[in-house]
Design a protein around this ligand. Structure first.
Ligand code: ZN
Length: 177
């Protein structure tokens, strides 16, 4: 086995161990939730068993660093959430999870506010601006073709987000009530 192969095997082993550690951490987190958090917030979770009456529908990115409930200090039942790469909403003339989610939120749950929330340095927005960097991600590229590049609403910008500067600007949220 040459040095490169040894390195590759070691890297694979490291990734496996790292993944095992993460899965173990997630399982321990769930157990902690069941044993402690669920009891401490019992009344709140018992109320949520009765049904849901969310205040708003939030459409945001799948990015693992975006934590809507944490960022907005929302409680269980406050937000009806739809997440996808780039917080996009495809045209309504074709069936999609986003269309079904919006229909259910508005028609069945009576939600009146829809918030579309992007985030700083979004990989999906990057791929829209630089499609040549995502050519191997065929499904992602197809999905991102649903984009409708809006005028940037970041303070003092007002341009279409077609530059590196605009991509790296701060989080932009639009309330589409
Ligand atoms: Zn994103």
């Amino acid at each position: 086995m040459d040095g490169v192969a040894v390195c590759h095997t070691f890297l694979q082993l490291f990734r496996f161990v790292e993944q095992e550690v993460l899965v173990k951490k997630l399982i321990e987190g769930l157990k902690h939730f069941q044993d402690h958090v669920l009891w401490e917030r019992r009344e709140q979770f018992e109320r949520s068993v009765q049904g849901q009456k969310p205040q708003a529908l939030l459409i945001t990115c799948s990015d693992s660093r975006v934590l809507p409930e944490t960022l907005m200090q929302a409680e269980p039942g406050d937000l009806f959430v739809s997440r996808n790469a780039g917080n996009l909403v495809p045209p309504s003339d074709a069936p999609s999870g986003e269309a079904a989610t919006i229909e259910y939120a508005v028609t069945a749950l009576g939600v009146t506010d829809i918030i579309i929330c992007g985030h700083y340095r979004c990989g999906a927005v990057r791929a829209i601006l630089h499609p040549e960097e995502a050519v191997e991600l065929t499904k992602t590229s197809e999905w991102l073709s649903y984009r409708n590049v809006p005028t940037c609403t970041a303070k003092g910008c007002g341009t279409r987000p077609s530059s590196e500067t605009c991509w790296s600007r701060s989080t932009t949220c639009r309330n589409t009530r």
